[in-house]
Design a protein around this ligand. Structure first.
Ligand code: SF4
Length: 377
């Protein structure tokens, strides 16, 4: 786990740590506790699927809270690779396991900060899967936070927690919000004078079909799914031919991101003589591409240059391992020949022998269901 605050000293004590998605409910839960004069450290969890670490300072100033970004990418990728114990929600969102993972991390950090309890912004009955009473109990139990978890927004509907019984937290000043309505939360946001009202949830890509179809092939084909795999799958257009994976930039921003995120052994495809996107062929460990496969992928990469296609002639595509390009960039010799670069002359083609295609959600949904059935069997 990586966190962005390493300067905590023994005397920087907090009463509570809070799970802060950046959604309205998570912020309100913190404010309700701060109102009682208690000190709260907010934990903003970050992974390739969620988190807005760049907003930390903005939120701190806007809402008067104290935040630490906590990177849980490695643990999260492991969770997806091993498959969630409580399954996926409507898309590829393992909400119950996700909450358990976050609660466990929060529990660790609670001790680190010398805090006595954990706050979360859940409201009973608000979300179908993760906020039902029985599910809330499962999360509390499996994360082993039963004694220390306080949900200030719906506490009046739950049994008193240790910190309420001990008098550290005044139960009378906690809330009893229930259900899907938003009016009470909006009234509270007004009461606190928020200049910006965040959206209800924190925004999670695992709950979006468009992103789930990008992620699923990794879980299916990558021999050892990695954080890098999921970061790459967030960029550009994604093409698969069985376990061969090509990522094609859609614009300048994608091209730069691809070069930054791809692994040293990944293949970078660049057109010679025509403007066109950068494409990356992901080389999984122990699965190098054949020359035939590279030539086929080069034809696909070239098809994304309208000028190359319009030329009606074979075009040249330069292919090199990312490590060699990086080495050259470090030496400041961008225009010098790149060591190990091979030039392929190909006809630009969107439909090639290898059958590259983008995943579609209905197929992916069926595969996820079948995978979950197999795992349960
Ligand atoms: S929506 Fe995403 S971040 Fe939220 S609980 Fe579900 S999996 Fe976790």
């Amino acid at each position: 786990m990586h966190s962005d605050t390493n300067n905590t000293t023994a005397d920087s004590r907090y009463d509570a740590v809070a799970l802060l998605s950046g959604g309205l409910d998570s912020i309100l839960a913190v404010k309700v506790i701060q109102d009682q004069g208690l000190r709260v450290k907010c934990l903003h969890f970050v992974a390739p699927f969620f988190g807005k670490p760049h907003k930390r300072k903005h939120w701190e100033a806007l809402y008067g809270i104290d935040i630490e970004n906590v990177d849980i990418s490695e643990e999260y990728v492991r969770l997806l690779t091993e498959r969630p114990v409580y399954g996926f929600g409507k898309v590829l969102n393992p909400c119950v396991d996700c909450k358990i993972l976050m609660m466990r991390k929060a529990s660790e950090l609670m001790h680190h900060y010398g805090a006595k309890f954990i706050i979360s912004g859940e409201v009973l009955g608000q979300r179908p899967m993760s906020q039902r009473q029985d599910t809330l109990n499962v999360i509390r139990r499996d994360a082993e936070v039963k004694e220390v978890l306080l949900r200030p927004l719906c506490a009046k509907h739950l049994d008193p927690t240790e910190v309420e019984l001990s008098g550290l937290v005044d139960r009378e000043r906690l809330l009893g919000i229930k259900g899907r309505g938003r009016s009470e939360q909006l009234a509270l946001a007004k009461h606190y004078g928020f200049a910006e009202i965040p959206t209800p949830g924190g925004g999670c890509k695992l709950a979006e079909k468009e992103n789930a179809r990008r992620y699923w092939p990794i879980l299916k084909f990558s021999p050892k799914p990695s954080v890098r795999d999921f970061k790459l799958s967030n960029i550009g257009r994604q093409y698969w031919a069985e376990d061969r994976w090509m990522i094609v930039g859609r614009n300048h921003m994608d091209n730069s991101a691809l070069l930054k995120v791809c692994g040293d052994a990944d293949l970078v495809f660049r057109l010679r003589g025509f403007p066109g996107p950068i494409a990356v062929g992901r080389q999984f460990d122990g699965k190098p591409w054949t020359q035939d496969e590279i030539a086929d992928a080069a034809a696909l990469a070239a098809s994304f240059s309208p000028k190359a296609v319009q030329s009606g002639k074979p075009v040249m595509v330069r292919v090199v391992a990312a490590a060699n390009l990086r080495r050259l960039a470090e030496q400041g010799g961008e225009h010098a020949p790149v060591e190990g670069e091979v030039v392929f002359t190909v006809e630009p083609k969107r439909v090639t022998d290898k059958g590259w295609s983008e995943s579609d959600w209905p197929t992916v949904r069926e595969e996820i269901r079948a995978d979950m059935r197999d795992k349960r069997a």
